[in-house]
Design a protein around this ligand. Structure first.
Ligand code: NCD
Length: 314
C-alpha cells in the first residue's frame, strides 16, 4: 500500500486528463516515473507492488505503443493484465459503452485503462465503475500519460521544464497529445508555441494560452523543444491540406527548418510517425537530435508510476 503521504501527494481517484492537476502532483508522478527508468533497465524488471491487482486495458481505438506500454507497465509491477480490444468484444454485437463498463466492473478490476474515439467517453465510463480509470486517449481531448512521458523525456534531457520554449507543430486540431501537452507544459511554466496551417488549428487557438504561428521558421526560432504531431487523417472529414507533398514542404520538419531552433533543440514525436509527411526520415532517426525512442522508453516508466499511484490504493 502507498503511504498516506502518497495519497496526499496525488489525491485523485482517476487520471482522466492533465487539466486540473497542480505542479506538485505532476512532479510527484514524474519523480516516481524517473525512479522506474533504472528498474526497467535491469535484467530482472519485475516488482510485486501490484501483486493480486487486476488491470484491464480496454481499447476502442487502434494502438501499438500505448497499449503495449500499459501492458508491460502493469506486468512489471506484478499485476494481472487483461487486454480487450473492440474487434473481439461485444461492442461489435451492439453493446453500449456503459454496459461494457458495468460488465467489466462486475469482475472487480482494480484499474481500467481506456482508449476511446469520442472525447469525454472515458470520463463518462469512470462515473460508472468502482475502480480507478486511466485515460489512454479520448478522441481529440486528452492523452495524459503521453504528456507525462513527453515531460519526463524533456526533464531528463534539459533538467527542468519551466522557462523552456516548446514549439508544438502540425495537426493541433485533432491532437489529444497537443491538448494534454499544452496543459502540462503550461502548468509547469514552459512557454508554448503552436505552429500549424490555419486549417489545422482549433478555433480561438490564441485563447489556449499559447503563441500561434503559421510559419515553421518563425515558430521554431530559438526554441528548446520541437514537438511534431502526426497528421491524423482518420479524424479528418474532407481535405485539410492541399497535398502531403506540399504539407511536408511547409510544415514537415527537416534539418533546414530545425536550424531555426536552438542548436541543442530536442525533437519529439509521439508516434506513429508519417515519415516524409510531418518529419524527414533521416532526422527522425538522428539520435543526436531526436528523442523519439527515448519517449517510448519513458512511456513504460510513466505508466508504472500512474498505475502504482492509482491501483495500489484501490
Ligand atoms: C498518439 C495518440 O494515439 O493520440 N499516439 C500515441 O499514443 N503514441 C498520437 C497519434 O495517434 O498520432
Amino acid at each position: 500500500m502507498p503511504s498516506p503521504a502518497a495519497v496526499d501527494q496525488f489525491p485523485h481517484r482517476h487520471l482522466l486528463g492533465i487539466e486540473g492537476l497542480v505542479p506538485a502532483e505532476i512532479t510527484y508522478l514524474l519523480d516516481r516515473a524517473d525512479s522506474y527508468v533504472a528498474q526497467n533497465r535491469k535484467v530482472d524488471k519485475k516488482l510485486g507492488l501490484l501483486r493480486g491487482r487486476t488491470q484491464i486495458n480496454l481499447f476502442f481505438e487502434a494502438s501499438t505503443r500505448t497499449r503495449t506500454s500499459f501492458e508491460l507497465a502493469g506486468k512489471r509491477l506484478g499485476a494481472d493484465v487483461i487486454n480487450m480490444s473492440v474487434e473481439g468484444s461485444s461492442i461489435k454485437k451492439g453493446e453500449t459503452l456503459i454496459d461494457t463498463a458495468m460488465t467489466l466492473n462486475a469482475m472487480r478490476p482494480d484499474v481500467l485503462v481506456v482508449r476511446h474515439p469520442e472525447s469525454g467517453a472515458v470520463a463518462l465510463l469512470a462515473q460508472k465503475v468502482d475502480c480507478a480509470v486511466i485515460n489512454g486517449g479520448d478522441g481529440s481531448h486528452e492523452h495524459p500519460t503521453q504528456a507525462l512521458l513527453d515531460a519526463l523525456t524533456i526533464k531528463r534531457r534539459k533538467g527542468h521544464l519551466d522557462g523552456l520554449v516548446v514549439a508544438i507543430c502540425g495537426d493541433i486540431l485533432h491532437s489529444r497529445v497537443a491538448r494534454s501537452n499544452i496543459q502540462l507544459l503550461g502548468i509547469m511554466g514552459a512557454q508554448i508555441r503552436v505552429v500549424a496551417p490555419p486549417t489545422l488549428l482549433p478555433p480561438a487557438a490564441d485563447r489556449l494560452g499559447v503563441e500561434v504561428h503559421h510559419d515553421m521558421r518563425e515558430g521554431l526560432a530559438g526554441c528548446d523543444i520541437v514537438m511534431m504531431l502526426r497528421l491524423q487523417s482518420e479524424r479528418m472529414h474532407g481535405a485539410f491540406v492541399p497535398s502531403l507533398r506540399e504539407y511536408f514542404r511547409f510544415y514537415g520538419l527537416d534539418a533546414e527548418k530545425l536550424a531555426a531552433a536552438k542548436p541543442d533543440a530536442l525533437v519529439l514525436h509521439p508516434g506513429p510517425m508519417n515519415r516524409g509527411v510531418e518529419i524527414d526520415t533521416d532526422l527522425a532517426d538522428d539520435i543526436d537530435r531526436s528523442a523519439i525512442a527515448e519517449q517510448v522508453e519513458m512511456g513504460v516508466a510513466v505508466r508504472m508510476a500512474c498505475l502504482e499511484t492509482l491501483a495500489a490504493r484501490s
